[in-house]
Design a protein around this ligand. Structure first.
Ligand SMILES: [Zn+2]
Length: 290
């Protein structure tokens, strides 16, 4: 194992304890996301933490699955979307207002955290909405796990200009409470500087954090930036604008260039097609399938 691990997620298990963990280091993937827009520092931190969390959560997806972590409805962070598929291909973006506060709770004030898992060919959806009532995103995700799967879970998340990193520990369903191991292990990471520690290779990091434990480490999985946008998805996004805005788009040019907000890929759509979409959405409820 080299000490230069980039864009990888590693899983491990405490052999004696029925507790599992994973950690993620995102470098090039993070640069692609981070530099897609001119993000203010506090939005960038949140985006990086959410990216690390999305990869950690995405690792649990089954075949043909997709996980979306979304913060929406706030006054400051109006929208933050991160997605991962079951191959740990991720994308994401944030939309924000002016004069942003620094603290997490104020930054996301009025918003909600929404976690959606889609799976299978018929895209079955499971959605959980979690209040953004905790001190940071990591604690909000711990609340999500307490409410949804009722498994004790801890997250450490951080991001700076060069890297987004995360560490997660989770009690397995078969764990018998009372051994004290959960408390001991979570205490050992409670004041962890996750970014600094992520510079160590997996084995060195685990030995430093949990010197007395027998840990099985699995081969690392690569994480990649990937946008699965298509003309169909762009048209679905346009339908959401509503008939009025669609017609306004065309009045200026015969061909409209629309860019994917995740990867900046341009799509050219003819005025005729835009009118057809506008007729569709004014004829009935605009149906959103993103
Ligand atoms: Zn795209």
């Amino acid at each position: 194992m080299t000490d230069k691990q980039v864009d990888v997620l590693s899983r491990f298990v405490f052999e004696q304890e029925d507790i599992r963990g994973s950690m993620v280091r995102l470098d090039n993937v993070w640069q692609q996301l981070r530099t897609a827009d001119d993000y203010p520092a506090q939005v960038q931190s949140l985006l990086g933490e959410a990216l690390a969390a999305t990869a950690l959560l995405g690792r649990n997806l089954k075949f043909d699955g997709r996980l979306t972590l979304q913060v929406q409805g706030g006054e400051h962070v109006r929208l933050l979307v991160l997605q991962s598929d079951n191959d740990l291909r991720v994308r994401g973006l944030a939309r924000f207002g002016d004069s942003l506060p620094q603290a997490f709770t104020e930054l996301v004030d009025g918003g909600a955290l929404c976690i959606t898992v889609e799976s299978g060919q018929n895209r079955e959806r499971y959605q959980s909405i979690v209040p953004l009532s905790e001190v940071d995103l990591a604690h909000c995700l711990e609340l999500y796990y307490r409410q949804s799967v009722q498994l004790p879970t801890v997250f450490m998340l951080a991001a700076d200009d060069s890297r987004a990193a995360g560490l997660m520990l989770q009690a397995m369903p078969e764990r018998k409470p009372g051994s004290g191991a959960w408390q001991r292990l979570t205490e050992s990471i409670s004041s962890l500087d996750v970014l600094r520690m992520s510079r160590l290779d997996d084995r060195t990091l685990l030995t430093a954090l949990f010197p007395q434990d027998d840990i099985r480490l699995f081969a690392a999985d690569p994480v990649a930036f990937h946008c699965d946008c298509s003309i169909e998805r762009i048209e679905n996004m346009l339908r959401m604008l509503g008939a009025h805005e669609l017609s306004d788009l065309v009045s200026e040019q015969p061909v409209v260039e629309v860019r994917c907000e995740f990867c900046n890929q341009p799509y050219e759509i003819s005025a005729d097609r835009i009118f057809a979409l506008a007729a569709e959405v004014s004829g009935g409820q605009g149906k959103f399938v993103h």
